[in-house]
Design a protein around this ligand. Structure first.
Ligand SMILES: C[S@@+](CC[C@H](N)C(=O)[O-])C[C@H]1O[C@@H](n2cnc3c(N)ncnc32)[C@H](O)[C@@H]1O
Length: 234
């Protein structure tokens, strides 16, 4: 079993010369990762996301014109896939390297992708500052968080806002690594913790399991994960 830890621990790294004074060492960690390999997590969408979108398609019929928000979308493999399905997609991440690669990938695929550089530690779903012009006051049909593994305070604060950020019958799809053996770990929660964090969204399907990841060089081999698909109640 490979180590699930995948977040920077060197928070005190000095600011690089020429770097934005606002760029955190965490964002620099991710910029370096994305600059080091062609596709850190591959170009295929996450397979749990793809599976749950197939379920959603049978409910919604099609996705054209529906609005999707991809939290921590990285190089855009999931955002681009959603755009290819017909969603109007906004991706958020704080890595500029990732953003540039995602926008290039979207262009290559011939789809539109709105990609905003944002530190999700300070993000508010409903603030005007965090919404693009015509999106102010609107809600999302789908919010996606694939291997976004924030600290517990950020996770609790953000996920408590999901219900308000989603429109009627809106859905939330998440996969995260799960650290079963370290209950004090706050970045890799299990299903019970996540189900509580997202209340009052209702869990459609969810599980903790060990599964084989084959998503680019950084997601290979057996990993413990938590998968969750939830929806907003009418
Ligand atoms: C493991 S990668 C997953 C990327 C993408 N979701 C995927 O599945 O390919 C985690 C991502 O979270 C982003 N991230 C981590 N903390 C963040 C924060 N506070 N604000 C914005 N993005 C963050 C990183 O830049 C990175 O792109």
């Amino acid at each position: 079993m490979s180590n699930p830890s995948e977040h920077p621990t060197h928070h005190t790294r000095p600011q690089q010369k020429g770097a934005s004074p606002f760029k955190s060492s965490q964002a620099e960690f991710w910029d370096e990762r994305y600059a080091s390999v062609p596709w850190a997590y591959g170009q295929e969408p996450n397979d749990f996301l793809r599976q749950e979108l197939d379920v959603l398609r049978s409910t919604w019929g099609h996705f054209t014109g529906r609005r999707a928000l991809c939290l921590a979308d990285g190089e855009g493999r999931n955002g681009v896939y959603l755009a290819q399905l017909g969603f109007e997609v906004t991706s958020l991440d704080f890595s500029d390297q990732a953003r540039q690669k995602a926008l290039q990938w979207a262009q290559t695929c011939g789809v539109a992708l709105q990609y905003t550089l944002t530190d999700l530690n300070a993000y508010d779903f409903n603030s005007k500052d965090s919404r693009e012009g015509e999106m102010v006051g609107k809600t999302w049909d789908l919010i996606v968080a694939i291997f976004f593994q924030p600290s517990k305070p950020t996770r609790e604060r953000l996920y408590a806002g999901l219900n308000q950020a989603l429109g009627a019958q809106g859905h939330f799809i998440l996969e995260t690594k799960h650290e079963r053996s370290s209950p004090e770990s706050d970045r890799y929660p299990g299903l019970a913790t996540l189900a509580r964090d997202i209340e009052p969204l209702q869990v459609v399907t969810g599980q903790e399991c060990a599964r084989e990841l084959n998503e680019g060089p950084y997601h290979q081999g057996m990993h413990e994960v938590t998968q969750l698909h939830a929806k907003k109640m009418a």
